[in-house]
Ligand binder design. Sequence first.
Ligand code: HEM
Length: 458
Amino acid sequence: MESVLPRYGDRYGINNFLSMKRDPLEFLVSAHGQCGESVSMKCGPYRLVSISKPHHIRHVLKDRSEIYTKKTAGYKGMVGYLGNGLLTNPGGSEWRANSKLLRPLFWPKRIDNTDGIITYWVREYRKEISASALNNEPINFTSLFRRLTLSILCDIMFGLTEKTAINSISSDIDTCIHVAFAKLYDPFYWVKLSNISLEKRFQEARKRLREFSLVLLEHVPVKHAGTELGAYMQSILKGSGRSRTQCRDEVVTFLQAGHETSSTALNAIFYRVFSDRSLQVSLQQSIDQLPASKRYSLDNVDLVNQCIWESFRFDPSTWAFDRYAAQDDIICGEIPVEKGSFVVISPYVSHRLFSGFSDQENFNPQANFQYVGDLDRSEYIPFSVGPRICPGATMAHKEIRETLIGMLDGFDYVDANTDELRFKPSITLKLSGDLTCRPVIREASKKKNAITTKAVII
Ligand code: HEM
């Protein structure tokens, strides 16, 4: 039965608009806190309908996805930086053709072959942690995760293994995302004098990123045993009859969508681990006891996976996304939506306020993920649901699991700066500053090493 939605904020949407521009996440949380699970609000020129119940989410993202497109202000804003790749395409036949072409890249049989590549890169970056531990120095994890996720992505998807080229582009991606967000949420972006130099930096960073994407398309991919994804990606893009610009946009999209979200997710989970000493110790014990056969298992209910699932739930990288209603609709016969409205879906809000998790308001991996088999897919949406679900979810989970295992095995972490940081919304849900911590070689592994060395000497 159709119901009248509670309305939030001022009638003409001016205050709403300004509050949303100031802090979009706080604005959403407060709207739902006041009005409940679904809320309608005027926000500047737009009518927003924010929903959080699983069956409503399923209706919009899956059952009636053809009428809810990505023709929203947010996605249009990102076209200026990403171009017309899979992520920003509004929908319809062009998106379907692109999706059909690119999604097979992520089929399990291909992604399962990438474990060795991920382990290789985690070991490679672990060397920086060993060096810091030996020199008794803190390490900047935000920078390390940015480079690590980009290295994994460039290797798996494009067969590029050259660390210098990869590192040089990482800060350009960061600049582009920072400015894309500012343009989206700062109504005065174009009139602030201080933004002249920022805009110039953005243009330069975008140019380098586009050039780098063309390099990725043209270089000869390194082939690893068991995986030839890099060559495959090049051949399907170049053999698809698409223009160079279209191919370039797809590459830029994968670089951004695949790297930014994963490195943000790594920051989030390590933030929780560094903030809670007992969680760190329990994770180390769990990793010590993990049988080799389960190392890469993404569905095993062990503490490593529980922490990852919980981090995706509680601190979701993609904290909100939206859809444009291309025609009038009534969601599940309950929520009227006028043509032209934007429907907002926030994993952050629905995971915390309106889901059925046993301890939904707290970060509690073991309570919230005792088993995962019966999880309602529209209740837990860190990667969205429906035809536009994230194609990189398995790859992201794999790299986060391997990084947790690789970085916690053998090291303790002390003096983290977690007290100075908080989560704040950008295009993704980021920490307010770089996450730093001092690694210390674990006593247990010193002993393990000593025993091994002794055995060798004998
Ligand atoms: C923790 C890591 C990640 C998170 C939280 C995440 C989250 C998401 C979400 C929520 C969407 C849907 C957005 C919407 O429907 O409006 C999405 C789409 C997408 N993601 Fe991810 N993602 C992650 C990693 C990756 C990786 C590793 C890749 C590629 C290598 C990737 C590539 C994409 C692409 C291309 C789309 C657009 C799909 C389409 O619209 O058809 N993502 N992601």
